[in-house]
Design a binder for this molecule. Structure first.
Ligand code: UDX
Length: 431
């Protein structure tokens, strides 16, 4: 099958490379010439575990190619739109300008029957807009505009592409459904394809991400309660998770959820519901609670050093989660901003995200080249991202470097026995 993918970001690139690996002929289209030049020269433009080998292989064997030229959709049986839908700075609604521009631009090149699938996370009703825009531009085009939301996790995009829990497809066209089956027929383990209406598919993505965000916020609030009453949130989560109706995943307490999806999607869903006059109070409470959590974490860190003159704070972790250099809506960056606004002296270390964080935080903080270097003469270490290396720290060595021995462990990674042996005051979350 000939496949065109518009947008080469965290969704478009792994999707394009994945389909190329499974034997489809893929062309990836992006507006940014530098990105396309890099990709054509064999330089991968984002980090995803396992992506680079597959990208190299399929670029060399010609299964995937890259261009800025939208006319490349001419040969495609299937077009996937995977451009960004950034949040509006004030209303937080998803900005549709890139989706609309892509639909408008591709319309003139359609030849033969083509499926146009939107993979970007888009408000309910976007499929109707895409269909109208294409129809207006090219009244004789034969196409179906369908919704095919993406559920890839950052850092696991390659794994998730090849082993999806489900493929959600929104269309009532039998011709489009047949094309989707053909697209996924190349998978060695045939994925579960759920066909629904276009609007339902669009909402499944928001409803799923908001549900997961609510689940995380819920366990964070239960963690706060555990601290107050002397229970252990891990025991509580384990006990809850054994009930198959609840499930044991996404019950890890922490500094709040971040990343490019949960904050954006919960806000966009809440915005859509308010516009429709529907009360999504649970989602609204989650958004507010998750925002407030960042400043509570900053207070927790400052409280342990409040009696120390000119305290120095070491932060371990800047990325929104481990395995990525992404700092979009990272709790670590938001907590640090709050610390800085309260005049704290911060030195941070992250194995991958120093440069991306520097682009936001600039020289408001110092950056260290190792966790130990960040801890030097610090009064407290705050663990804000769950990088595995923080679990294996030699706390004896760290203790000798620090001025005072405090740890605020927002990811519950530090071995409490080792911390106690080295006379640390170590405070985790929910225990
Ligand atoms: C998420 C969804 O998982 C994915 O299906 C969707 O398509 C895109 O959004 P991603 O943003 O890559 O993926 O990260 P994820 O691993 O889900 O974590 C999101 C945030 O929640 C992170 O900040 C993480 O630290 C936090 N989290 C996750 C918790 O605090 N506790 C948990 O139990 C799980």
């Amino acid at each position: 099958m000939n496949l065109a993918i518009i947008g080469t970001g965290y969704v478009g690139l792994p999707t394009g490379v994945g389909f190329a690996e499974l034997g489809h002929r893929v062309v990836c289209i992006d507006k940014i010439p530098q990105k396309i030049d890099d990709l054509n020269n064999g330089k991968i433009t984002l980090f995803e575990d396992g992506l680079e080998e597959l990208f190299d292989k399929n670029r060399k064997n010609g299964n995937i190619r890259f261009t800025t030229d939208m006319s490349a959709v001419r040969d495609a049986d299937f077009v996937i739109i995977a451009v960004g839908t950034p949040p509006h700075p004030v209303t937080k609604e998803a900005d549709m300008k890139y989706i609309h521009a892509a639909a408008d631009e591709l319309a003139q090149y359609l030849s033969g029957y083509t499926v146009i699938a939107t993979k970007s996370t888009v408000p309910v009703g976007t499929g109707d807009d895409v269909e109208r825009i294409i129809r207006e531009k090219n009244p004789t085009a034969r196409f179906d505009a369908i919704s095919m939301p993406e559920f890839l996790r950052e850092g696991f995009a390659v794994h998730d592409f090849f082993h999806p829990d489900r493929i959600v497809v929104g269309t009532e066209s039998e011709q489009a459904r047949a094309k989707v089956r053909e697209l996924y027929d190349v998978f060695p383990d045939k994925p579960n394809i759920l066909f629904v209406t276009r609007k339902s598919a669009e909402l499944i993505k928001y409803a799923s991400n908001a549900f997961l965000a609510v689940k995380i916020h819920y366990i964070n609030e239960i963690a706060d309660f555990c601290e107050r009453v002397g229970a252990n949130v891990y025991d509580v989560a384990r006990g809850m998770g054994l009930d198959s109706r609840i499930g044991n995943r996404f019950l890890n307490p922490g500094p709040g959820y971040g990343g490019s999806c949960f904050p954006k999607d919960t806000n966009a869903l809440a915005y859509m519901a308010r516009k429709e006059g529907v009360d999504l109070s649970l989602v609204e409470a989650t958004i507010a609670g998750n925002d407030a959590r960042k400043s509570k974490m900053a207070t927790r860190i400052l409280d342990v050093v409040k009696d120390i003159p000119n305290p120095k704070i070491a932060v371990w972790g800047l990325a929104f989660k481990d395995g990525t250099d992404d700092v979009r809506e990272s709790p670590a960056v938001q907590i640090i901003s709050e610390l800085v606004s309260r005049n704290a002296d911060v030195t941070a270390y992250d194995p991958k995200a120093t440069e991306t964080a520097r682009a936001i935080l600039g020289d408001a903080i110092k950056y260290a080249s190792s966790a130990a270097a960040a801890a030097e003469s610090a009064d407290v270490v705050a663990v804000l991202t769950e990088w595995p290396e923080f679990k294996d720290m030699d706390l004896g060595k760290i203790a000798k470097l620090m001025r005072n021995r405090n740890i605020i462990d927002c990811r519950n990674m530090i071995d409490s026995r080792q911390a106690a042996e080295n006379n640390f005051v170590c405070k985790g979350i929910g225990k």
